[in-house]
Design a protein around this ligand. Structure first.
Ligand SMILES: [Fe+2]
Length: 248
């Protein structure tokens, strides 16, 4: 499987505390069937280190990669970021401080949970204007999605990629977010699923449970599409497969 959203880089944000936990998470990911994962620390999020791309950040990504090799874990690693949208985004993009996913044209973006649809619309235009394609992290966790899912429909139609979280579908964030995630899935509005892993014991990187669950509720083809095929397309810079979209 391919995991495009993880907080495994040690000490960078509210994810892995140290290198020991990072390596433990990487091992758990590999043992659960993940072959390739992208490091996506929070960038620009309030209350966390800003993590804008720099020589120092490059050193920290490389240190993690070396620790993985030293531990004998044959996991492929991509560099990326989960970017918290602010009005500074165009300048930061111009300055090369915001990494797309594994060198592709896809930029993973997030918002506060009470974001207004107008703000998301501005962010999506900003990413498109920069010649990149937005990947909206966990749309099911924003309150606006349950209130007005037609906005998600419009954004998918305009080319935005939607990434659902493992723990949303499995119910770990409560029934409302779980229901919203399933509603988006049943309308054909989800392109890929990812762990959004933060720790080794909670919000873990283990995707095998989700693959089994998706196989049960939607069939193996859907599980493969969300966890293997489409994230693979993104990291190769290709369009994800889009099935039938059911309007609201
Ligand atoms: Fe995240």
């Amino acid at each position: 499987m391919v995991d495009i959203h993880t907080h495994i880089l040690p000490g960078a944000d509210d994810g892995a505390h140290d290198m020991e936990e990072s390596v433990e998470m990487a091992r758990a990911a590999y043992e659960s069937g993940t072959e390739y994962l992208v490091l996506t620390p929070h960038v620009g999020a309030p209350g966390l280190p800003h993590n804008y791309w720099s020589r120092e950040m490059h050193r920290r990504y490389a240190d993690f990669w070396r620790a993985l090799h030293a531990a004998g874990i044959p996991l492929r690693i991509g560099y990326g970021a989960e970017i918290y949208y602010t009005s500074e985004m165009p300048d930061r993009l111009n300055a090369g401080q915001l990494l797309p996913l594994a060198g592709s044209q896809y930029l993973l973006i997030e918002f506060p949970f009470d974001v207004r649809p107008e703000t998301v619309r501005d962010a999506l235009s900003c990413v498109n204007d920069a010649g990149l394609t937005p990947v909206l992290a966990h749309p099911e966790r924003y309150r606006m999605t349950a209130r007005d899912p037609r906005a998600i429909y419009d954004w998918v139609k305009s080319g935005c990629v939607m990434q659902v979280n493992k723990d949303s579908l499995l119910g770990a964030f409560g029934h409302e977010i779980c229901d919203t995630a399933h509603m988006l899935l049943s309308h054909g509005l989800i392109h890929c699923a990812a762990s959004d892993a933060h720790h080794s014991d909670y919000r873990t990187p283990k995707l095998d449970t989700l693959h089994r669950y998706l196989t049960q509720i939607a069939g193996e083809r859907c599980a493969d599409l969300l966890l293997k095929i489409n994230p693979g397309h993104l990291l190769r810079g290709e369009r994800p497969e889009q099935g039938e979209i059911i309007p609201f």
